[in-house]
Design a protein around this ligand. Structure first.
Ligand code: DX5
Ligand code: ZN
Length: 216
């Protein structure tokens, strides 16, 4: 069952309750929360108070994408704030196997992300331990960027690796996704599609989410 994860990075934070309610009543499956620290990526987004606020109103799972240095420091805090899925960047974790175990020990689903330049083969010896593998289809840090085409090929290669290893990991793709490319990504083998600005720029976000969900 393919899923739509709505990134709230470009939502109207002045009307956060309204945005959460829109996502609750839409066909979206998850809330995608982009956490940026201004160190690993050149932008700062939001932290625990916003996550807690979303959790208090959300009727769907919270999928937190950590773009922060040394994410191990905060695993328990993300659990306490309400994260259901916690995804860390391969590029930030020198002891990734330990990090993944720590996330699972807290009772969350564990994800690992690759930047656009990081080869899929880096996941070969961790893919059996994780619940989700996220391929970045833009350089992390900002919403509204153009989709990097090479990601389609990476999805297909990751799908092949997951099948070969007998892993249950979902393939998530994040960045620059819209109605024009989502079907192609599903066909390449992705399971979860993160969409942000295409939804929040739309005149009717609920209808837009419906169309995206129907396309996969
Ligand atoms: C980028 C974030 C994405 C992004 C998605 O660093 O991880 O989740 O906000 O937004 P769009 O759909 O605007 O690319
Ligand atoms: Zn993200």
């Amino acid at each position: 069952m393919n899923k739509i994860a709505v990134s709230i990075l470009n939502c109207d934070f002045g009307n956060l309750n309204r945005e959460i309610e829109m996502i609750n009543r839409s066909d979206a499956d998850w809330f995608h929360l982009d956490i940026m620290d201004g160190i690993f990526v050149p932008n700062i987004s939001f932290g625990f108070p916003i996550i807690r606020a979303v959790k208090s109103k959300a009727a769907k799972p919270l999928d937190a994408h950590l773009m922060i240095a040394s994410p191990d420091r905060y695993i328990k805090d993300f659990k306490a704030a309400g994260a259901d899925w916690l995804t860390v960047h391969y590029e930030t974790c020198p002891h990734l196997h330990r990090t993944v175990q720590n996330i699972k020990q807290e009772g969350m689903k564990a994800g690992v992300t690759l930047n656009p330049h990081s080869p899929v083969g880096l996941l070969e010896d961790i893919v059996g331990d994780i619940d989700l593998a996220l391929l970045m289809s833009v350089n992390p840090g900002f919403g509204g960027q153009d989709f990097i085409e090479n990601t389609c090929d990476k999805i297909a290669r990751l799908r092949e690796m997951i099948e070969k290893k007998g892993s249950k990991a979902l393939i998530q793709v994040d960045g620059g996704i819209d109605a024009g490319n989502i079907a192609k990504l599903a066909k390449a083998g992705a399971d979860v599609f993160v969409v942000g600005s295409f939804i929040f720029r739309a005149a009717d976000p609920v209808q837009t989410i419906r169309e995206l969900a129907a396309a996969v």
